[in-house]
Design a protein around this ligand. Structure first.
Ligand SMILES: Nc1ncnc2c1ncn2[C@@H]1O[C@H](COP(=O)(O)OP(=O)(O)OP(=O)(O)O)[C@@H](O)[C@H]1O
Length: 241
């Protein structure tokens, strides 16, 4: 199993947001995590990162996350947060190349091969024109794409993406989803992607996990499944049990 969540229970104090959630991803896949605002999507990612206490088990590639120190340094997990800010000037390629941190020793410099890899990833995202720009001067959407390039360079097996297309225009939303799909198929990556962009999912292969449903399960993506989930979310929230 690439990811195996068993009887997961998580929340904050008395407030339980994830109730007895179980799901298994047997092979590399794209999984869209959907649900209303406040349904617990980011909370699920916090459990994966060991940032909150939880009951149950989370296994990634056979490792119990509870007993694993620093899974990102081991290349198991990478995380792209919803918001990531930087308030000092840094060139785009200098930020992207840092995605290679786990292949470097402390204080080891990034060399021409590292920068070439960063440049290729930026090219894939059609961002070559920004390579020398100061990151802090980019638009919100451009910054989001640069963080995505950095995450891709981390080359982790399982990637947790929290609304990676939130600030993107319609062209880039569709481009990023196709790129993520390609990444799964060609590089064997598994992607758990929190998103509210349901319409962009229709043509993808993978799964939906709707955390607003009373008993969330992995559902294969199809236009019908996306429409059913869209209608479910549009109908409003279920009262908490
Ligand atoms: N540290 C915390 N302490 C207490 N409550 C919290 C904490 N962090 C989040 N919450 C609450 O838990 C609920 C779920 O938050 P979470 O961020 O998981 O939602 P989400 O499904 O990712 O929502 P969105 O789609 O709006 O990003 C929210 O109501 C939030 O206010």
């Amino acid at each position: 199993m690439i990811v195996d969540a068993q009887n997961l229970v998580a929340g904050y104090g008395q407030r339980v947001l994830i109730r007895n959630l179980s799901f298994s991803i047997p092979s590399p896949a794209f999984v869209a995590i959907i649900g209303h605002n406040g349904a617990g999507k980011t909370t699920l990612f916090r459990a994966f990162q060991g940032k909150i206490d939880y009951e149950g088990q989370l296994l990634v590639q056979g490792h119990n996350l509870r007993h694993l120190s620093n899974p990102s340094a081991k290349g198991l997990l990478a995380y792209l947060p919803q918001k990531n800010t930087i308030n000092f000037p840094i060139k785009v390629h200098d930020l992207v190349v840092m995605g290679l941190f786990r292949k470097k020793r402390f204080f080891e410099h990034y060399g021409p091969d590292d920068y070439a890899l960063a440049a290729r990833t930026l090219e894939q995202l059609q961002l070559s024109h920004l390579i020398d720009h100061d990151f802090t001067t980019l638009s919100g959407g451009e910054q989001q794409l640069v963080w995505l390039a950095q995450l891709m360079l981390q080359d982790a097996g399982i990637n947790l993406l929290d609304e990676p297309t939130q600030q993107l225009d319609v062209y880039y939303k569709s481009k990023v989803f196709s790129l993520l799909q390609e990444w799964v198929v060609q590089s064997g990556k598994t992607i758990l992607c929190i998103t509210h962009d349901l319409q962009n999912l229709q043509s993808l292969r993978g799964y939906l996990l709707n955390l607003s449903k009373p008993t969330p399960v992995l559902e294969a993506i199809s236009p019908e499944a996306v429409q059913e989930n869209q209608a479910f979310l549009e109908a409003g929230r279920q009262p908490a049990l």
